[in-house]
Design a protein around this ligand. Structure first.
Ligand SMILES: Cc1cc2nc3c(=O)[nH]c(=O)nc-3n(C[C@H](O)[C@H](O)[C@H](O)COP(=O)(O)OP(=O)(O)OC[C@H]3O[C@@H](n4cnc5c(N)ncnc54)[C@H](O)[C@@H]3O)c2cc1C
Length: 544
């Protein structure tokens, strides 16, 4: 494909959401991606329930533990420690091609086909106007795109107490079935709703990009509890399905493994030139197009922008949802058997809005615990391993793990800067983040206030696990969307300032991180930008 209309960098949730409307509108699109895949483990996993694989599959150790025991994380829980061996390809080669040096930030990037979305937890909620208060766009700018992305990827959930916070969705499928643990919590919540709501505690079914009913050739969830390992039935949305769908169009081409270094705009409005390294041959190549769409992830896009605009050493902001885990004991489940039929994703979600003002400081998600296996929990118990295993075996059905996500704002103490690599080595992205002590104390206070209400549902917190800032893998803000003209920002249409035809469509453009999962918004925004870009391309064609 020579001189396509648009080059898209990346194949993740953002890149594919930008490419699809352009391709459907007849634009020629070239997607450049590193595009690592898992060819080792996926073929080993039969589409069967976790319990029967544990009892019958003689080769199960390979995908549960890993051929090199890479599924057994040692040390403190950090970003990506829940990723099982079949999901670890997501992170492969990043230390080599996109090195980082960070202090106070635990970064996790992807060079995979489908990006981080090849292992995401599929929580998919809308940002409302409270969340978008610090953005130069409003919910009405995204509404049509939330609707079309949701219908395309398939969302399940319920119109319950969380609806005012999550937004409605015409194509919403019924929520996935709750497991025994979550069902009891939900029943108790229904009895105590009034009092809990009075304290600003709202509980509901998770809103997930996971099917409860068939959609096209994807299947409704089979409740095998294997979501951390396999994509059975394609029930959980992964961006690589969209790359496959795009592959059916003659005006689309996917090229990998290419690592994009930089771009430059060509004189006389004649488009953009992209420099990339063919990672198979180790050779630089140049591609030209009318426009460029960058979706290499919040940190990856920052690297490309800084390198292209000569911004070595320049500090750019970074935001991320601070997160923590609280294992809780659900007393009503003690000694009770748990359902075998279940999914492994978020069961219930909690919005905490103590001020009843709509702008929430924290969002929490609950999980039951089984298929991640007990050895991951054992090291968190202050007992000898055999005793810890014995106790955990008795308690595991009664565990509810609550995962908290806090809002985050930019500050001068949180930034990254690109350092030029020495003697042919790759450039290094340096990240420095210091979190204000008072902000941290406030976050813990908010978590404890929420958990006080959770105790009314019979769930008693055991301990707080803090995997460190950055471990949420919800990143944004490196080249934010602003109204005012500033260097290293994008316009509300996400055009990089100082360029004519370079657009950014991933987390890099989020000026602020609301306390909600970001990816559905990244996808809706990418589709919005691509739709505007398509109009722009049509106008320039007519003018020419
Ligand atoms: C375990 C886990 C659970 C998560 N759970 C949730 C959740 O429940 N809900 C939610 O909203 N979010 C969740 N997230 C975060 C979510 O996955 C990301 O926000 C989202 O996938 C980001 O998509 P993206 O396309 O913007 O970037 P990425 O997924 O990072 O994609 C970047 C793409 O660019 C390519 N690339 C990078 N650099 C280059 C380069 N120089 N040249 C060429 N190609 C390049 C990569 O190959 C990749 O295809 C989770 C993430 C993880 C890891």
């Amino acid at each position: 494909m020579s001189n396509p209309d648009v080059i898209v960098v990346g194949s993740g949730a953002s890149a594919t959401s930008a490419a699809l409307p352009l391709v459907r509108a007849g634009r020629s699109v070239l997607m450049l991606d590193v595009g690592n895949r898992d060819t080792r483990y996926a073929p080993l996993i039969a589409p069967a329930p976790f319990s029967s694989l544990r009892q019958t599959d003689e080769g199960q150790h390979r995908y549960f533990l890993g051929d090199a025991f890479e599924g057994v994380p040692l040390g403190q829980a950090r970003a990506g420690t829940t990723l099982t061996p079949p999901r670890q390809f997501i992170h492969r080669d990043t230390h080599r091609h996109t090195p980082l040096c960070s202090e106070g930030f635990f970064a996790f990037e992807s060079l995979a086909l489908g990006g981080l979305g090849s292992g995401w937890g599929a929580v998919a909620v809308q940002f409302d106007d409270h969340d978008l208060a610090d953005f130069p766009i409003k919910h009405r700018d995204l509404a049509a795109h939330y609707a079309s992305v949701s219908a395309r990827i398939g969302l399940s959930g319920a119109r319950d107490d969380l609806l005012p916070y999550y937004g409605d969705c015409a194509s919403l499928q019924p929520a996935l079935d709750l497991d025994s643990n979550a069902r009891l919590i939900y029943q108790r919540y229904e009895r105590k709703r009034e009092r809990l709501n009075g304290a600003g505690f709202f509980l509901g079914r998770a809103r997930l990009a996971a099917l409860s009913r068939d959609l096209g050739d994807r299947k409704g969830h089979a409740y095998h509890d294997m979501d951390f390992y396999a994509d059975n039935g394609r029930s959980v949305f992964r961006p690589w399905y969209t790359v496959e769908e795009l592959g059916a169009y003659a005006n689309f081409r996917y090229v990998s493994p290419y690592l994009v270094n930089r771009f430059r705009e060509l004189p006389a409005n004649s488009g953009v030139e992209v420099e990339a390294v063919d990672l198979t041959l180790g050779r630089r190549e140049y591609f030209r197009s009318r426009c460029l769409v960058l979706a290499a992830g919040t940190l990856g896009t920052a690297r490309i922008v800084l390198r292209s605009l000569g911004g070595y050493g320049t500090r750019v902001p970074l935001v991320a949802n601070a997160n923590s885990w609280w294992p809780c004991l659900h007393l009503a489940m003690l000694g009770k058997p748990a359902d075998d039929r279940r999914h492994s994703l978020t069961q219930l979600a909690i919005v905490f809005d103590p001020g009843h003002c709509g702008r929430i400081p924290v969002h929490a998600q609950t999980y039951s615990y089984r298929s991640l296996l007990l050895f991951k929990l054992v090291k968190e118990v202050p007992l000898a391993v055999p005793e810890a295993f014995g106790i955990l075996r008795e308690l595991v059905n009664a565990f509810v793990v609550v995962n908290f996500f806090h809002e985050d704002r930019p500050s001068p103490d949180k930034y990254c800067a690109l350092r030029r690599g020495e003697s042919g080595q790759p450039d290094v992205l340096e990240i420095r983040c210091t979190i204000d002590r008072e902000v941290q104390r406030r976050q813990v206070r908010t978590e404890k206030a929420l958990l006080r209400q959770f105790r009314r549902l019979g769930c008693w917190p055991v301990k707080r696990i803090s995997p460190g800032y950055g471990s949420s893998i919800h990143y944004g803000g490196t080249v934010p969307m602003t109204v005012e003209e500033r260097e290293l920002t994008v316009t509300p249409e996400c055009r990089l300032r100082g360029t004519r035809a370079v657009y950014l469509v991933d987390g890099s453009v989020l000026p602020y991180m609301p306390a909600k999962a970001l990816t559905l918004t990244l996808m809706a925004n990418a589709e919005r930008v691509a739709t505007l870009l398509n109009g722009e391309l049509a106008r320039t064609c007519v003018a020419a």
